[in-house]
Design a protein around this ligand. Structure first.
Ligand code: NAD
Length: 480
C-alpha cells in the first residue's frame, strides 16, 4: 500500500515513530494508503533542516528565488492530470473540479508569489527639516509554520507555503491528515524544480500531535493556519504567549443576500454553485441565503428545481456535480446538523438523505440539502456546517437583511445580489465580513486581501499582505 512519507531536508522519510495512519478514499470508503504519523521529533528534524537552509535561502537573490517558484508552478501544470486525480481520490471532490480549480490554483499560487516578490518594496519616510531619513527594512522571519485544512488541499497548502518561501523564509508545513496526498506529491516537484533542501519541509500527521508540535516549537516564529475556529482558538492560546506572529483563517457562515432588483438568472446559476460547490465544503460557501420577500416563492421553486438536477456521483464520472464528502465523521456531522435543523422547525425543501452510488456503495454521499428557516437565532443559522446544506430565509427590507447577515459570530465573506449602486455601497461598508462579492462569488484576484473578521480569523493573506506577514519590518532611522 502506498506510503505517504514526510519530506524533510529534500528527502522522503518515514516518521521517527514508525507509526502510520490510515488514509481513506471517501468515494469508496476504503483505506488506500498510509500516512506517516509524525511526532514532535519529526517536527524538530524538519525545523533543524529549515534552520540550516535559512542563511543561504534568505540571501538567495530575488531573481533566483522567483525562478524556482515559477519552475514549481510550471511543473504543477505539467503534472495537472496526475495531481487532479490524486486530489479527487483523496478528497472525494469531482475530478472536473480538481482539474479546473484546485490544481490550476496551486500552480497559480507559486506563479503569483514568484512574480509578486520581484515587485515587493518597502517604504521610506523623510523627516523633512530634521535631516533624518527613515526606511523600512523588511527581512524574512526565519523558520515559519504553515498548517492547512482538507477542503482545498493543495490549493490552500500552496497559498501559504508559496509566499513564505518567496519572502525568503524556510518552512515546516503540515497538510491535513485527512487529505495529505497532493502535498506529499509536491515533494518530488520541489526537488525537480531545484528548491534547495530544507527550504520547505512537509510533515504529516495529526493536528494534536504534529500540528501542535509546530505551533509549540519555540523557534518557529510565525504560524499561518487555515482551519476551524475551535482549532484556531487553541493555536492562539499556545502561540500568543510565545509572541509568535499569527495568521488565522478560520470558519465561516456566509450570508448570500438576494434582492429583487438583481439579475435573476445569473444569481440563480451562481447561487447553486455558491451553495454546493465542492459539496459545500468551501469556507466561502454562501450557506445562509436571505431572499427578498417579493421574489421568495419564485426563488425557492427555481432554486430547488436546479438543485434537484445536480448529479451526485463518483468523483471520476464526467457528469458528477457533487462528489463524496471528505470522511465518514464529517458526513455524520453534516447529517446531525440536518437533524438539528428539523428539530428547530426547519422545513426541508430538498435533500437531506444519503445517496447510494452504484459501484461506490460505501462512499460518503449526501444529497444537496435546502432548508427553509423562520428564525436567525437557531443552531443551523449560527453554526458552521461545512457541507452541502443551505438555509433560506426571507426579508422585507435592506436593514433587516443587513441585521440578519451580521447576526452571527463569523465574518468571512458575504455575497450581495442587486443592481442598486447605492445599496451596493451601503452594504459593502456595513457588512461585517472580510470579503464582499457583489453579483459574483468566489471571484479571486490574488492581489486582493483575503481573510475574515470576528470569529473568522485574524490577519489577511493574498498579494503583498501575505508577503508583509512573512517578513519582519524594521525601522532604520538615519540622521545626516
Ligand atoms: P481543522 O481545524 O480540524 O484542521 C486544520 C488543520 O489544523 C489540519 O491540518 C489539522 O491537522 C491541524 N490541527 C488540528 N488541531 C491542531 C492543533 N491542536 N494544533 C495544530 N494544528 C492542528 O479544520 P478542517 O476540518 O481541516 O477544515 C475545515 C475548517 O477549515 C472549516 O471550519 C473551514 O471553514 C475552515 N477553512 C477556512 C478557510 C479560510 O480561508 N478562512 C479556508 C478553508 C477552510
Amino acid at each position: 500500500m502506498k506510503k505517504i512519507q514526510n519530506y524533510i531536508n529534500g528527502t522522503y522519510q518515514d516518521s521517527t515513530s514508525g507509526a502510520w495512519l490510515d488514509n481513506y478514499n471517501p468515494s469508496t470508503g476504503k483505506v488506500y494508503s498510509k500516512i506517516a504519523k509524525s511526532t514532535s521529533e519529526d517536527v524538530v528534524k524538519a525545523y533543524d533542516a529549515a534552520k540550516t537552509a535559512f542563511p543561504a535561502w534568505s540571501t538567495t537573490t530575488i531573481e533566483d528565488r522567483s525562478k524556482i517558484l515559477l519552475k514549481i508552478a510550471e511543473l504543477i501544470e505539467t503534472n495537472l492530470d496526475h495531481l487532479a486525480e490524486a486530489e479527487a481520490k483523496d478528497n472525494g471532490k469531482p475530478l472536473s473540479l480538481a482539474k479546473a480549480v484546485d490544481i490550476p490554483r496551486a500552480s497559480a499560487n507559486f506563479r503569483f508569489f514568484g512574480n509578486a516578490i520581484t515587485q515587493f518594496a518597502s517604504e521610506a519616510h523623510e523627516s523633512v527639516g530634521l535631516n533624518t531619513m527613515n526606511f523600512t527594512l523588511r527581512s524574512p522571519i526565519g523558520v515559519v509554520g504553515c498548517i492547512s485544512p482538507w477542503n482545498l488541499p493543495l490549493y490552500l497548502f500552496t497559498w501559504k507555503v508559496a509566499p513564505a518561501i518567496a519572502a525568503g523564509n524556510c518552512v515546516v508545513a503540515k497538510p491535513s491528515e485527512v487529505t495529505p496526498m497532493t502535498a506529499y506529491l509536491l515533494g518530488e516537484i520541489l526537488t525537480k524544480a531545484g528548491l534547495p533542501k530544507g527550504v520547505l519541509n512537509i510533515v504529516h500527521g495529526t493536528g494534536p500531535e504534529a500540528g501542535q508540535a509546530i505551533v509549540a516549537h519555540p523557534d518557529i516564529k510565525a504560524i499561518s493556519f487555515t482551519g476551524g475556529t475551535k482549532t484556531g482558538e487553541h493555536i492562539a492560546r499556545t502561540a500568543a504567549p510565545m509572541f509568535k506572529k499569527l495568521s488565522l483563517e478560520l470558519g465561516g457562515k456566509n450570508p448570500n443576500l438576494i434582492f429583487a432588483d438583481c439579475d435573476y438568472d445569473k444569481m440563480l446559476a451562481v447561487t447553486v454553485k455558491s451553495s454546493f460547490a465542492n459539496q459545500g465544503q468551501i469556507c466561502l460557501c454562501g450557506s445562509r441565503i436571505y431572499v427578498e420577500e417579493s421574489i421568495a416563492e419564485q426563488f425557492k421553486k427555481d432554486f430547488v428545481k436546479k438543485v434537484s438536477e445536480l448529479h451526485i456521483g463518483s468523483p471520476f464520472e464526467a457528469a458528477t456535480n457533487i462528489g463524496a464528502l471528505v470522511s465518514k465523521e464529517h458526513l455524520e456531522k453534516v447529517e446531525n446538523y440536518i437533524e438539528i435543523a428539523k428539530s428547530e422547525d426547519g422545513k426541508i425543501l430538498y435533500g437531506g438523505e444519503r445517496v447510494s452510488v452504484k459501484g461506490f456503495e460505501n462512499g460518503y454521499y449526501l444529497q444537496p440539502t435546502v432548508i427553509e428557516v423562520e428564525h436567525n437565532n437557531c443552531r443551523i443559522q449560527q453554526e458552521e456546517v461545512f457541507g452541502p446544506v443551505v438555509t433560506i430565509m426571507t426579508f422585507k427590507t435592506e436593514s433587516e437583511a443587513l441585521q440578519l447577515a451580521n447576526g452571527v459570530r463569523y465574518g468571512l465573506s458575504a455575497t450581495v445580489w442587486t443592481n442598486n449602486l447605492n445599496r451596493t455601497m451601503r452594504l459593502s461598508k456595513q457588512l461585517e465580513t472580510g470579503i464582499v462579492w457583489v453579483n459574483t462569488w468566489l471571484n479571486r484576484d490574488l492581489r486582493t486581501p483575503f481573510g475574515g473578521m470576528k470569529d473568522s480569523g485574524v490577519g489577511r493573506e493574498g498579494g503583498f499582505e501575505a508577503l508583509r506577514f512573512f517578513t519582519e519590518p524594521k525601522n532604520v532611522c538615519i540622521s545626516y
